[in-house]
Design a protein around this ligand. Structure first.
Ligand code: NAD
Length: 267
């Protein structure tokens, strides 16, 4: 699959915040948004990844504003600061890709480390909530805005040995429904995506946990269960999110949109 975006300008001039922009889905989306002409504030807690991401994203929109914010989304003060930085440097917030998240470790429920459990909830649930808490009033004052939260297939079904992740992603799905109920009247459109296995550093790490001796075998096994017989690519998710953050997305609201090659039809 190749990325054919050169002639697209759907997000031209839009100001977009992306959390977890240092790698994986957040980076691929930031590249897509910049290619379409958007200004992007890249947020991540990994400084090195953030610097590398800034270089890659800036190349796609050399005349746009590409800024970075070093922040941990589970820290409310740092969330407040990145949102302020967005309004200070970009002016408005047209789009918010509330994407940062972690998987945690894989273990059966009774053996799950409670501190890791809390960390997954702090980042995946409270991180998404804090972002909404500070972005929503700005979009409400603007009278418009688009939000995409990142749930997961784990936000619509269970996933073996990943209960905290599943709990946090069901919460993201629930919060998204509430945002639509409470803020559609203010011109805000909010949806969540539920990706299946997409080839990012997070998923590569998960396959290492499933089969430390042969992560590639775990990957092939996983792909077999998918109707497409392959994993998804970050750019495929980026295209969906670009639509959901665009002015063309007006009446799809409060939905949890699976992007998984059709696999969720077999659950
Ligand atoms: P990744 O680990 O490849 O990248 C995540 C990025 O987020 C990293 O740059 C990391 O530094 C950053 N990040 C993590 N916690 C953070 C925090 N507290 N504050 C700031 N930055 C933080 O992961 P990915 O696969 O790109 O996942 C992105 C999102 O998509 C996550 O919410 C994940 O749960 C979700 N997701 C991914 C898949 C998949 O198959 N890759 C499937 C379903 C859902």
């Amino acid at each position: 699959l190749t990325q054919k975006t050169e002639t697209m300008t759907d997000l031209k001039g839009k100001n977009i915040i992306v959390t977890g922009a240092g790698m994986g889905l957040g980076l691929a989306a930031s590249i897509e948004f910049a290619t379409q002409g958007a200004n992007v504030l890249l947020v991540d807690y990994n400084e090195q990844a953030l610097d590398d991401a800034k270089k890659q994203v800036s190349e796609k929109n050399p005349n746009g504003k590409i800024a970075i914010a070093l922040a941990d989304v589970s820290n409310e003060e740092q969330v407040k600061a990145y949102v302020k930085q967005a309004t200070d440097t970009l002016g408005s917030i047209d789009g918010f890709y509330n994407n940062a998240g972690i998987e945690g470790r894989q273990a059966p429920i009774a053996e799950y480390d409670v501190n890791v459990f809390r960390k997954v909830i702090d980042i995946n649930l409270f991180g998404v909530y804090y972002g909404l808490r500070y972005v929503l009033p700005i979009m409400q004052a603007q009278g418009k805005g688009h939000i995409v939260n990142v749930a997961s297939v784990g936000g619509i079904r269970g996933v073996l040995n990943q209960m905290p992740y599943v709990a946090s992603k069901h919460a993201v799905a629930g919060m998204t429904k509430n945002v639509a109920l409470e803020y559609a009247r203010h011109g805000i459109v909010a949806n969540a995506i539920a990706p299946g296995a997409i080839l990012t550093p997070m998923v590569a790490e998960a396959f290492k946990q499933v089969n430390p001796a042969d992560p590639k075998a775990a990957e092939s096994e996983y792909a077999k269960a998918n109707p497409t017989k392959r994993l998804g690519l970050p750019v495929e998710v980026a295209k969906l999110v670009a639509f959901l953050l665009s002015d063309d997305c007006t009446y799809v609201n409060g939905q949890i949109i699976a992007i998984d090659g059709g696999e969720s039809n077999s659950y």
